[in-house]
Write a protein of this length. Sequence first.
Length: 234
Amino acid sequence: MKGYGSYCPIAKAAEILTERWTLLLIRDLLLGARHFNDFRLSIPLIPPATLSKRLKSLQDAGVIERVGSSDRGSWEYRLTESGMALKPFLDFAGEWGQRWVRSQLLRQELHPSTLMWDIHRFIKSEHLPKRRVVIYFEFPELRRMKQWWLVIDHGDVDVCLEDPGHEVDLTISCDLRTLTEIFMDDLPLSRAKSSDRIILIGESELIRTIGKWFGRMPFSSVKPQRQRSMSGHP
């Protein structure tokens, strides 16, 4: 990586953290991502070669380590003490981004893989039945990646792009923007249901309690602020 030619600690940190995709990888590691394909699902626009390069850079910097994965017979990535120390920085960056440069949810910013990976990370499984629960999501307007399954089993949540072969307990059908707005807490779930922007079919108990187990984006409670223009006028 190209350095800043400075001893300043901020410059040294920026040399590692400000390369494109790097902070998103650290974010995902803090949220439990471990395997190469986890990052591919969460950040679908990153080229595989670039992903490998960024992971190697973080290894070389001592932010992550690569260890053998006993359950999959492959490699997994874990944050070191140095990497875990970045959590307050990532939390602050997320709050700052939500408050001052909040996304307007442009079409090019919406991706079903990113959304479903985020949703699966924040499912509140403690509010679901103590058995396997299968939730099927469908985005009717999409041509690709329109069908997704979440399999929740005793606290473990898996996201699937192919039918896992289990009986579906709840079907959720809506367009990609609607589900993103609900996840971002921009659109109340009750309003989406009453306006038929989202259709729920399945077990009545799952439908009744969806507000408890369907998690929201972690920074949704931070109120966005409208920035003033450079001239100082509203």
